[in-house]
Design a protein around this ligand. Sequence first.
Ligand code: HEC
Length: 156
Amino acid sequence: MAKSEKNKQNFKAPYRLLISGFLLLVVLIAVVFYFYDEAGIALSDTSNDDVEYVNIEEDTERIVNGIHVRTGFIVSDGMQQVINNCTNCHSAKLVTQNRMSKEGWTATIRWMQKTQNLWDLGENEGVIVDYLAKNYGPIKKGRREGLKDIEWYPLK
Ligand code: HEC
């Protein structure tokens, strides 16, 4: 009797150790998984919800501070017609770096039509010239104009 009891205990001791060791391992793994998750590290799924994928198609038409980012054009009526007709052969910069009156822009268009194969702009020409003269018109003179209609009075 005494012998078999002792045998049982001899058997139990390492068995208990095994079980408690196993439980400890499970808890440890649970803790590690929990903190990994907290840190935002995906264990099996590598996709990350925080990443914003930029739609390139949309991004090229981005407008920042009234400027169409891809071309550099000022956003205003007629911009789309200008993009469609004036950026095919040369960069938009060649347009935006110039400043001309309506007559000047029309003359430039005529010159390109005569010598550079620019097509007939049709009814878009008015819209385009208006856009260009309004947004890329001659720069105003730096000096203010002379005073007019002043009622001078003698100093006493
Ligand atoms: C069919 C091709 C073509 C199209 C479309 C075109 N251009 Fe041009 N443009 C040219 C060429 C070629 C030049 C000369 C480029 C150079 O000198 O390097 C030029 C030059 C210019 C210049 C510079 C002129 C100068 O005196 O230096 C301006 C400004 C200009 N284009 C504006 C426009 C505008 C505004 C439109 C839209 C209405 C337009 N272009 C559409 C071909 C084109």
